[in-house]
Design a protein around this ligand. Structure first.
Ligand SMILES: Cc1cc2nc3c(=O)[nH]c(=O)nc-3n(C[C@H](O)[C@H](O)[C@H](O)COP(=O)(O)O)c2cc1C
Length: 201
């Protein structure tokens, strides 16, 4: 791009957008305490759109989402899938629960690696960031019984459950459990730049 054709207003807008995205990423944290307020449909629509637009290996788009917004249905799921007593019991209070699945028929296997995990992870994180842009928190969850959950939801045999997450507006008061978790997790407890960059010989 030559200096003459440089579109300064457009460039400034892009830089501002980039700063917004970096701030969004910097401020995000796993939310485990939720207000009961339901999510507006436009927020849910933006979450789905962000997930839908994710990149994927060979554009296979293996992600499939179950979105539950009825509080009774969420409580019933928690009760019937063995989440009671487990650390992830906190999802029972969220106004929205999303189960991120993969249709493994759409999987790309390359170099002995199944890429559906990567594809769904990118898509789900995009969904979470879109929610966060609306002030809606979430928390990745891997600790669940996949077999029980798939049976409870009546998922097709070719679906794997990659992760799940509650979504909701963060509550100020925290449970003892989430306070304890925040002591050893949290975005401020990250490796330093020099620790993640590999120096080649
Ligand atoms: C794949 C994955 C699985 C996770 N599983 C759980 C989980 O089952 N329960 C939970 O409370 N947090 C879970 N987390 C959240 C992490 O503990 C959290 O992201 C990490 O400690 C960093 O904290 P932050 O998200 O607040 O920055 C999971 C995160 C990822 C990425």
């Amino acid at each position: 791009m030559s200096l003459i054709s440089l579109d300064l207003p457009a460039l400034t807008k892009r830089i501002d957008l980039m700063k917004d995205i970096i701030n969004l990423i910097r401020n995000r944290y796993s939310v485990r305490d939720f207000l009961p307020d339901p999510l507006p449909q436009e927020v849910i629509d933006d979450m789905i759109e962000a997930a839908r637009l994710a990149p994927s290996a060979q554009n296979r788009q293996p992600w499939r989402y179950v979105i539950i917004t009825e509080p009774e249905r969420i409580k019933e799921l928690v009760k019937n899938t063995g989440l009671i007593g487990l650390s992830n019991y906190f999802i029972k209070d969220a106004p929205c629960l999303v189960i991120a699945c993969a249709d493994v028929k759409k999987n790309l296997k390359l170099n002995q690696k199944d890429y559906y995990l990567v594809d769904v992870a990118i898509s789900f994180q995009q969904m979470m960031l879109a929610a966060w842009a609306h002030g809606v928190g979430s928390c990745w969850m891997a600790a669940f019984n996949e077999e029980k959950l798939a049976k409870h939801l009546g998922l097709p045999k070719n679906y794997r459950i990659v992760a799940m997450s509650p979504f909701g507006y963060p509550k100020d008061s925290k449970t003892l459990y989430s306070k304890a978790l925040n002591m050893f997790s949290g975005s401020e407890r990250r490796l330093k730049k020099e620790d993640i960059l590999v120096k080649l010989p």
